[in-house]
Design a protein around this ligand. Structure first.
Ligand SMILES: Nc1nc2c(ncn2[C@@H]2O[C@H](COP(=O)(O)OP(=O)(O)OP(=O)(O)O)[C@@H](O)[C@H]2O)c(=O)[nH]1
Length: 260
């Protein structure tokens, strides 16, 4: 029976009870008590339902407040983590830039003396074989004197770019001084190093830049030395330097290996 049916039945009972003809009927009193009992129960049930509805409403509101608070705090955390990510990325970039600046030459972007020194020490400590070459641009002063320092700089940058192109990933090329470069060829014997440096010398001599409609190019002299087991890298460097001096004395635009 639905609630509506129950209500209709109760109304019928109450209507019957209200009829004067039924007053004094033996069932009148019992039925009246039953109807009153039913009304009271119905009232209590409605109160319970209303309390339960209010409780559910309160629980729903509490859940919504908690949900909103949670979403607000989540948005705040997401914003904080975006700021922190951005900050970390900026720090990473700055660290990389600092590392690049401390290990590379600002003009040519080649490795600087500090990085080359570090690699030489590492190779020496690890006992790994290597050959190194010192390369010096020939008569570079005359380029600066005739065309100015800026043109000299452009030529240095073009030469450095060619060196990067010619060399293997594993080779390290650095700017050793003003117009002097160094190559560090790990796991490379003297003969192979000589071939590499010769190729580099030819490629550098083909590099040209234009200044006042004049095409400028230069040549390179190089001294090559293979590291000997147990010797300090400074000694290897000194031999390469000697070979470079010899190359200059012998007319430049050439590549000499140190005596073994
Ligand atoms: N443009 C420019 N010139 C530089 C730089 N560093 C050094 N130099 C110049 O390089 C020239 C080197 O001259 P020198 O040492 O006399 O040697 P060179 O004229 O190359 O002659 P050789 O080495 O004997 O063949 C000098 O004029 C320096 O000023 C630089 O960063 N930029």
């Amino acid at each position: 029976m639905t609630r509506r049916d129950e209500q209709a039945l109760l109304e019928r009972v109450e209507a019957l009870l209200a009829e004067p003809d039924h007053a004094g009927h033996p069932l009148h009193e019992v039925l009246e008590a039953l109807a009153a009992q039913y009304r009271s129960q119905q009232h209590q049930l409605e109160r319970l339902i209303s309390i339960s509805d209010r409780y559910q409403q309160l629980a729903l509101e509490a859940r919504q407040v908690t949900q909103k608070r949670y979403e607000r705090s989540l948005r705040r955390q997401q914003k904080l983590s975006r700021i922190s990510d951005g900050y970390q990325a900026m720090m990473r970039e700055r660290n990389q830039a600092l590392h690049q600046a401390s290990t590379h030459d600002p003009l040519t972007q080649l490795a600087n003396r500090r990085l080359i020194d570090e690699r030489l020490r590492q190779l020496e400590a690890a006992g790994r074989p290597y050959t190194l070459a010192l390369l010096d641009i020939d008569r570079f002063k005359s380029i600066n004197d005739r065309h100015g320092h800026d043109v000299g700089d452009r030529l240095l940058v073009a030469i450095a770019a060619t060196m990067r192109e010619v060399l293997r990933e594993s080779d390290l090329c650095g700017r050793w001084g003003g117009e002097e470069f160094i190559l560090l060829l790990a796991e490379t014997r003297l003969d192979e190093a000589r071939r590499i440096v010769e190729r580099l010398r030819e490629r550098v001599s083909a590099v040209t830049i234009t200044s006042c409609e004049e095409r400028l190019s230069v040549t390179l002299s190089a001294g090559i030395s293979e590291h000997r087991i147990g010797e300090r890298h400074l000694t290897t460097l000194q031999r390469a330097d000697q070979a470079l001096l010899e190359a200059k004395r012998n007319g430049r635009d050439r590549c000499l290996t140190a005596d073994r």
